[in-house]
Design a protein around this ligand. Structure first.
Ligand code: GDP
Ligand code: IMO
Ligand code: MG
Length: 426
């Protein structure tokens, strides 16, 4: 694997592909790790010395001493969640002084956003999205409507007060008469004044910093959150998140140009999972789905919700490869498939008798998509922790090669366990 490449790490499915583990691994060889979108809806798991860490806002390079971590303008930051994460890191002896920076242009997720998220979900009734209820959608709504409160506003007390007061008028429908403490603007104003001190040493012009670093030969790693099928434009809208989770989001979310990206690495779980509602053509709602959930420990790292599980879907993966410009992939959780006699991979959709190899962007059609499967032989034996491609069972290698050939990409890494070292560098 070539060092000194500026890489994007992006999830190619519906999130939780194992981005945290892979970013932590790749971070060893770079100087700077940057998050560009999403917020505390993300949960990126890293296991170090048998201890599990789940990062939500802080980039997954933070456990490498000396590496710089940046949170870009495209991220929506819940200051209370960031504080929790920073406190936890401090209590674990992780020193981030002078190596964690936040864009002043990032929008804040405030308590009323979470209240609105919960209210909207309730109002959607049977059509609820199953959001993480972290206030992500409502915060991005404010950003695009130009009503957002940004990190920089924390340092202008009068402006902050004024902008918060304005929220009361535009969010009257949600906030008026509410006894929920998340609607209490005075209290939020008070708490945010304390938060300003936490943010002050973190604030930096991330776009400029990344540019200067790149010019001076530093290596950058861009960490995506969520997954391509949750992209607000090209995912399974409206069952999506509210940001661009694909490579395009790296450019706008960090204020960088495409010349600062050398390679896009797509993260692919060896099967498929999804949390929340929305179409999932290869979902297994049977014993096998349950077996994958248990073996893969498929429970949301943020909400603890059981993840829906199913076979690998090469149709949606091809879509994801195209919209991201992916040239290489890291395949994770191969070990979870150990012992299955046969594996299905979806190679096309049957939509009302029409065989289709593209993702229909009309969701109504995707709901009726019946997967057309190719069946591949499984393997016996334990792949957990293997570090050499040649040591994998023949059928496991065949499975991986089938995926890479079909997608027209190279395999960079294969993950055979949750720990850093349980990885094959191809
Ligand atoms: P992310 O959101 O993409 O960073 O993924 P999550 O951390 O939410 O979910 C991935 C889960 O799979 C975590 O619990 C990881 O510790 C775990 N994991 C990552 N890679 C592997 C692997 O190769 N094998 C197994 N068994 N678990 C893995
Ligand atoms: P990471 O980075 C998996 C899903 C939610 C819901 C939809 C919208 O850990 O892969 P939101 O709260 O964003 O408005 O919810 O998106 N979702 C994720 N699913 N992994 C994530 O992040 C997710 N972030 C959001 O479950 O279906
Ligand atoms: Mg996750």
């Amino acid at each position: 694997m070539k060092k000194n490449k500026n890489r994007v790490v992006v999830g190619l499915q519906w999130g939780d592909e194992g981005k945290g583990k892979i970013v932590d691994l790749l971070a060893a060889d770079v100087d700077i790790i940057a998050r560009c979108q999403g917020g505390a809806n993300a949960g990126h798991t890293i296991i170090i010395n048998d201890k599990k860490h789940v990062l939500r806002l802080i980039p997954s390079g933070i456990f490498h001493p000396g590496k710089v971590c940046c949170i870009g303008n495209g991220v929506v930051i819940d200051p209370f969640s960031l504080k929790e994460e920073l406190d936890l890191l401090s209590s674990q002896g992780v020193n981030f002084d002078g190596r964690l920076f936040v864009s002043p242009a990032a929008n804040l997720v405030l308590p009323y956003h979470k209240l609105i998220d919960a209210t909207d979900e309730r109002n959607r009734g049977t059509e609820s999205i199953g959001t993480t209820q972290r206030g992500i959608g409502p915060a991005y709504v404010d950003k695009v409507a130009r009503n957002g409160i940004r990190v920089v506003d924390l340092f202008a007390t009068e402006r902050l007060r004024h902008r918060l007061e304005y929220q009361k008028t535009i969010k009257e429908k949600y906030l008026a008469g509410s006894s929920d403490e998340r609607a209490d603007i005075d209290r939020i104003f008070h708490d945010l004044q304390h938060m300003a001190a936490m943010f002050r040493p973190l604030v930096a012009d991330i776009s400029k910093y990344l540019w200067d670093s790149w010019k001076s030969g530093k290596t950058l790693l861009y960490e995506g959150a969520q997954g391509s099928m949750l992209d607000v434009d090209l995912g399974t809208y409206p069952f999506a998140t509210s940001s661009n989770t694909i490579t395009g989001g790296v450019l706008t979310g960090l204020g960088i140009g495409p010349q600062m990206i050398d390679e896009v690495v797509g993260i692919v779980k060896a099967y498929t999972t999804r949390v929340g509602a929305g179409p999932f053509p290869t979902e297994l709602v049977d014993e096998l789905g349950e077996k994958l959930r248990i073996t893969g420990d498929e429970y949301g790292s943020v909400t603890g919700r059981p993840r829906r599980c199913g076979w690998l879907d090469l149709v949606s993966l091809k879509h994801a490869v195209r919209i991201n410009g992916v040239s290489s992939i890291a395949i994770t959780k191969l070990d979870v498939l150990d012992g299955l006699q046969e594996l299905n991979v979806c190679v096309a959709y049957d939509i009302n008798g029409h065989i289709c190899s593209d993702v229909p962007l009309d969701l109504a059609e995707l709901y009726y998509a019946r997967p057309v499967y190719r069946t591949l032989p499984g393997w016996s034996g334990d792949t957990t922790g293997l570090t050499q491609f040649e040591d994998l069972p023949k059928n496991a290698r065949h499975y991986l090669e089938f995926i890479a050939n079909d997608l027209g990409v190279e395999i960079l890494l294969v993950s055979t366990g949750a720990k850093r070292m349980e990885t094959i560098v191809v």
